[in-house]
Design a protein around this ligand. Structure first.
Ligand code: FAD
Ligand code: FO1
Length: 450
């Protein structure tokens, strides 16, 4: 039974007979998917057929072709898994605000479910769809362990204000997720799923293979990545995660971003693992507290990727230091091509472009240097968001907007001793990095661009 706290009614309509559909977008998996489970629960109660829709938006947020390949690779697996359960995955292309209402109307669908997503593009699509379909549109939050709208009704100031709420609510929500069964009521057009799978495979064939650094896309690969992390990485996560020369992190972020694995499943397995509590707590702090705090930030702050979204103290201090002389100024092409005077920054940038994934500690350093080297905080923000969204496999995610806003604009952080350019926003430098890890070894480990 899907908890009512996960549900929000985005659109109303008269109760009528007919198929049920789920518009999949952020949670691209079959297992551990609350939206799909809710849609099937209703379809079974009504003895109605069930379909899953996915609408491909070819230029979505400037994502790289490798990111699209990662997503479509995972979707093909999802479509096959759905077919085994007699549920077609219908693959549409174009503007969801047009394509979803058209398909819903043609199929005489009676109820539509969708994923919770705090980003503005998604909110716009959902509002447009709700206004056009004339049937109920139900949003389900299956991306967060604790449903985001329920966890807190306002923008949280920092992790220390959010953490106690999460700690209190987690035991209530950290439980098994209903599985999706073979659906007993057939979709009227039995060939629809097969046709979509063919178009999906053709679309994927036009794209380059995703970067191999992480392993293949999809729910199965995500599960084996998790299993490996539980066996080999979790026990030492708290000591190793900040070392760019090691493999101390889980590598799960692209799978979580595309919803190829459920955060609730990961949290569940981690909380049951036979390792020291410190390691589990360190990991759950990132996976649950920080990740869900990022959704809270984007949901309640419309300016999540703009200067206006920074807290008052940070805007004031950055304003006070607008006129400060920058030690170096680089333009966007120099940054993109990793041609700065800082070898560590260049290696981090190359890691992101070549492998689709920059190590976590380096992301903070990388973003802060863009602030130091740009003519204004606004331009720094635009560059950091643009590069992150283009090249990171896990980019275009609330975590990215919150991480960049933390680095450049003190979001979820506090004021630090004042210094040029940064004002009271926390500062990082190469000497500090050298004290933490072997910077030269890291730089040598990332090849130059060809
Ligand atoms: P692990 O350390 O294994 O952590 C497990 C999971 O916890 C991650 O997959 C992620 O979902 C979550 N998590 C970890 N650290 C954070 C964090 N600081 N904030 C929120 N959630 C976290 N994360 C993205 O998913 N997409 C982005 O585009 C992104 N851009 C970032 C940009 C900057 C400037 C900064 C400072 C951070 C950014 N992060 C982003 C957050 C974090 O760096 C990555 O989630 C993490 O490095 C991904 O690697 P992993 O899956 O191995 O993480
Ligand atoms: N969601 C969609 O519904 N359709 C898409 O075509 C699509 C493309 C896409 C490409 C890269 C990427 O990182 C995300 C993409 N998403 C797409 C959205 C994604 O599933 C997430 O919902 C948000 O980016 C994060 O909340």
């Amino acid at each position: 039974m899907v908890e009512s706290e996960r549900l929000k009614v985005l659109g109303k309509g008269p109760r009528r007979e007919g198929p049920v559909a789920y518009w999949m977008s952020r949670d691209q998996r079959v297992d551990d998917n609350w939206s799909l489970a809710a849609a099937q629960e209703m379809a079974l109660a009504r003895k109605a057929p069930l379909a899953v829709l996915f609408c491909l938006v070819p230029a979505y947020k400037g994502a790289s072709r490798e990111s699209f390949a990662f997503m479509l690779g995972g979707l093909i697996e999802t479509a096959r898994e759905l077919a085994r359960r007699k549920i077609p995955l219908v693959f549409l292309r174009g503007d969801p605000a047009v394509e979803i209402p058209r398909w819903v109307g043609e199929g005489a669908v009676s109820v539509l479910f969708c994923d919770f997503d705090p980003l503005r593009e998604k909110k716009r699509w959902q509002e447009a769809v709700a206004s056009k379909i004339g049937i109920p549109l139900f949003e389900i939050d299956g991306h967060n362990v604790v449903p985001c709208r329920f966890a807190s009704p306002k923008q949280e100031y920092a992790a220390y204000t959010f953490r106690p709420k999460m700690k209190r609510l987690l035991p209530r929500f950290l439980k098994e997720i209903p599985s999706v069964e073979r659906h007993p009521f057939r979709w009227p057009d039995e060939k629809e799923g097969e046709r979509s799978l063919k178009v999906l495979a053709e679309s994927l064939a036009l794209l380059p293979a995703p970067q191999a650094a992480l392993g293949p896309p999809g729910a199965l690969a995500a599960r084996s990545r998790l299993a490996r992390f539980l066996d080999e990485g979790l026990a030492r996560y708290d000591e190793r995660r900040n070392d760019p020369n090691g493999e101390g992190q889980s590598g799960l972020s692209p799978y979580l971003h595309f919803g190829q694995i459920s955060a609730q499943r990961v949290a569940f397995e981690v909380s049951r693992a036979d390792v020291a509590d410190e390691a589990k707590e360190a990991f759950l702090e990132e996976l649950v507290v920080r990740r869900e705090l990022a959704d809270n930030f984007c949901l309640h702050n419309d300016a999540y990727d703009r200067f206006e979204g920074f807290p008052d103290w940070a805007r004031k201090t950055l304003d006070d230091h607008r006129g400060d002389e920058r030690p170096f100024l680089y333009d966007l092409p120099a940054l993109e091509a990793a041609r700065t005077g800082d070898p560590l920054w260049n290696a981090a940038q190359r890691q992101m472009v070549l492998r689709g994934r920059m190590q976590g500690w380096l992301r903070m350093y990388w973003a802060k240097k863009i602030l130091e080297w740009s003519p204004s905080p606004e331009e720094a923000l635009e560059r950091a968001v643009g590069l992150n969204d283009r090249y990171e496999l896990d980019g275009r995610d609330p975590n990215g907007y919150a991480g960049i806003a933390w680095s450049l604009g003190g979001v979820h952080d506090r004021a630090w001793p004042e210094r040029p350019v940064f004002g009271k926003v926390r500062y990082m430098n190469l000497a500090g990095a050298r004290r933490k890890f072997d910077v030269d070894a890291f730089c040598r480990s990332i090849p130059p661009f060809e």
